[in-house]
Design a protein around this ligand. Structure first.
Ligand SMILES: O=C(O)c1ccccc1NCC(=O)[C@H](O)[C@H](O)COP(=O)(O)O
Length: 229
């Protein structure tokens, strides 16, 4: 089970979260978000992670952003994964992939109804993985709202996929157990381990990993790493 902690801005918090066991950390490149960070700030965080030997993936979250801006942000921020969280079409995803062939590419689907899940197949050859998040009209992400896990049980993804939306240390095992057959390869948390926008609560992140380790093998890069804080 891969764990992404999203919506960071602080280099020290990023290092601490990587050392606690995160496989990936996420930066919000969406200007309307209270968690928005500049490409220069992403670079500060990325540099600190690299300097301190934290081999975490660095994910940039974009929504309806033009190709040039995505490419510039990836370069400036030294990002390894691009997550498209808006209304990007499969064709746009293909264009991102052509422009950034060395970047892993994810498409987030904000699940509003069963029809949203039917869209997944259209992205099967356009991206490397999907991320399912809750749909809320007021915000594109980081809402703290959960998906209907029961209704997702029977879904079979055409691609590796991550579960997002309202996951917390308290409900994470219920989410994983409920979705065992749908088999997400990872989970993504933001507001469930947060003190304020882009200010993560390290005690909650530590609790998350304690809960997960009671139950699951985490990614090799996680279990091989010393559990220092
Ligand atoms: O987090 C944001 O502010 C955000 C804004 C605009 C687009 C995407 C955003 N977040 C994307 C993420 O990957 C979050 O981790 C995901 O929505 C889950 O958030 P939460 O429900 O708070 O755990």
């Amino acid at each position: 089970m891969l764990v992404k902690i999203c919506g960071l801005k602080d280099p020290d918090q990023a290092v601490a979260i990587a050392r606690l066991g995160a496989w990936a950390i996420g930066f919000i490149a969406v200007p309307a978000s209270p968690r928005h960070v500049s490409p220069a700030q992403m670079r500060l965080v990325s540099d600190r992670l690299v300097e301190t030997g934290c081999a975490v993936e660095r994910v940039g979250i974009f929504a309806n952003t033009d190709l040039d801006t995505i490419a510039e942000t990836v370069t400036t921020g030294n990002l390894t994964i691009v997550q498209l969280h808006g209304d990007e079409s499969p064709e746009f995803c293909e264009a991102v992939r052509s422009r950034l062939p060395h970047q892993t590419l994810w498409k987030a689907l904000r699940v509003r109804s069963a029809e949203t899940l039917d869209l997944a197949g259209a992205y099967a050859t356009a991206v490397d993985a999907l991320l399912l998040d809750a749909y809320r009209p007021e915000a594109l992400g980081g809402t703290g709202h959960t998906l209907d896990w029961q209704r997702l049980q029977a879904w079979r993804s055409p691609l590796p996929w991550f579960l997002a939306g309202g996951i917390t240390p308290d409900n994470v095992l219920q989410a994983i157990d409920t979705l065992a057959m749908a088999a997400p390869i990872g989970i993504d948390l933001s507001s469930g381990v947060e003190r304020g926008p882009a200010d993560k609560d390290l005690d909650q992140v530590a609790r998350l990993f304690r809960v997960l380790r009671q139950r699951l093998p985490l990614a090799a890069s996680v279990t091989d790493r010393p559990l220092e804080s």
